[in-house]
Design a protein around this ligand. Structure first.
Ligand code: NAP
Length: 280
C-alpha cells in the first residue's frame, strides 16, 4: 500500500517513522505542514492522486488544549474541517481522537458506545472531527487515545524530568486519573490495524493498560529516570491553576480493540520504561 502519514513531526508521527521500516511491504509518504497542510483540499487531493495513496494515517492535529480555548476557530479548522478534506479522498483513513470527547465525570472505563460530552474547545473540535470524518468516510478507523508521551516532542514526561532537575519540591495533582500512553505503542496499534487481514472500520479506544494519577506518573518518571532529588507532593486539581478544566477520570476501555485485533496491550509502566531507555 501507499500510505500517507500526516503530522509526521509530532510525537505519534515520529513514532510511525521509527516503526515503518519494520513494515517494508508498504511505501510511506511522511508529511507535516511544510509538505502538506491537511486543511488545504486542493493540495491534499493532488497529493493523494499523484502518489496513488491507498491509506491516510492522520497524526496531524491542533493539540494545545489551553490555546484551543482562545482560538477555537483554528483548532476547528485543523481538528474538524480537515477531516472532511482527508475523508473525501479515494483512500482509507485511520484517524486519532481523544479521551477529551468525554466529560471526565465517569467512574468506570469509557467504552466506544458511551455518550460523549466534551468540556473543552479541544475536545469539542476533536469530536466534531470524528463526526465530519464518519459523515464522508463511514469506513474510517478512529482510535481514541489519552495521555500521550514519547521521546519525541514536548510532553508531560519531559516536563517532569526538567522540573525535577530544577526544583527541590513539586506539587502534582492526584485527583485526575487516566492511563499514560507511549506513542510508540499507539504507532504499533496503528500498524496492527493496517496489517489486519480484514479492514475493520469503527471507533476504538487505545491506551496502554492500567491506571494512575499524574502524581503516580511523576513518581514513576523520576524513579526510572534516576538522579533526581525532588520531593513530589500530591495536590488537588483546585490547588493547581489550570487555564482549562481537565477531566478527573479519563480511563478508556480497550476491550473492543483487543478483541477485534486479537492483541495484548503493554502496561503503562512498561511503556514508560522503554521510553526512558531512549531519553536517558
Ligand atoms: N498529546 C496527547 O496527550 C494526546 C492525547 C489524546 C489524543 N491525542 C491525539 O493524538 C494525535 C497525535 O498527537 P501528538 O501528541 O502526536 O500531536 P503533536 O505532537 O502535537 O503533533 C501534531 C503534528 O501535526 C502538525 N500539524 C498541525 N497542523 C497541521 C496541518 N494543518 N497540516 C499538517 N500537519 C499539521 C503539528 O505541527 P505544529 O507542531 O507545527 O503545529 C505537529 O507536527 C492527535 O490527533 C491528538 O489529538 C493526543
Amino acid at each position: 500500500m501507499n500510505i500517507l502519514v500526516t503530522g509526521c513531526n509530532g510525537q505519534l508521527g515520529n513514532e510511525m517513522q521509527v516503526l515503518a521500516p519494520i513494515y517494508p511491504q508498504h511505501t510511506y509518504f511522511f508529511t507535516d505542514i511544510p509538505e502538506l497542510d491537511i486543511t488545504d483540499l486542493e493540495a491534499v487531493s493532488a497529493f493523494v492522486q499523484k502518489n496513488n495513496i491507498d491509506l491516510i494515517v492522520n497524526c496531524a492535529a491542533y493539540t494545545n488544549v489551553d490555546k484551543a480555548e482562545e482560538d477555537e476557530a483554528t483548532a476547528l479548522r485543523i481538528n474538524a474541517d480537515a477531516l472532511t478534506v482527508l475523508g473525501s479522498q479515494s483512500a482509507r483513513v485511520i484517524h486519532i481522537s481523544t479521551d477529551y470527547v468525554f466529560s471526565g465525570d465517569e467512574h468506570t472505563p469509557c467504552r466506544e458506545i458511551d455518550p460523549v460530552a466534551p468540556r473543552t474547545a479541544y475536545g469539542r473540535t476533536k469530536y466534531e472531527g470524528e463526526k465530519r470524518l464518519l459523515a464522508v468516510c463511514p469506513d474510517a478507523v478512529i482510535l481514541r487515545t489519552a495521555w500521550l508521551y514519547s521521546s519525541f516532542g514536548n510532553n508531560f514526561v519531559k516536563t517532569m524530568i526538567r522540573l525535577g532537575q530544577e526544583r527541590k519540591d513539586l506539587g502534582v495533582v492526584f485527583d485526575q486519573i487516566g492511563t499514560p500512553t507511549y506513542a510508540a505503542d499507539l504507532a504499533q496499534a496503528i500498524f496492527t490495524v493496517i496489517d489486519s487481514p480484514v479492514w475493520r472500520p469503527g471507533i476504538y479506544h487505545f491506551t496502554n493498560e492500567g491506571v494512575c494519577s499524574w502524581y503516580d506518573f511523576t513518581i514513576a518518571i523520576h524513579q526510572l529516570y534516576g538522579g533526581i532529588d525532588c520531593q513530589i507532593r500530591p495536590i488537588l486539581s483546585e490547588e493547581y491553576q489550570y487555564k482549562t478544566p481537565r477531566p478527573h477520570y479519563s480511563v478508556l476501555d480497550k476491550s473492543k480493540f483487543k478483541k477485534t485485533f486479537n492483541v495484548e496491550i503493554p502496561y503503562w509502566l512498561d511503556g514508560l520504561k522503554r521510553c526512558m531507555e531512549k531519553l536517558r
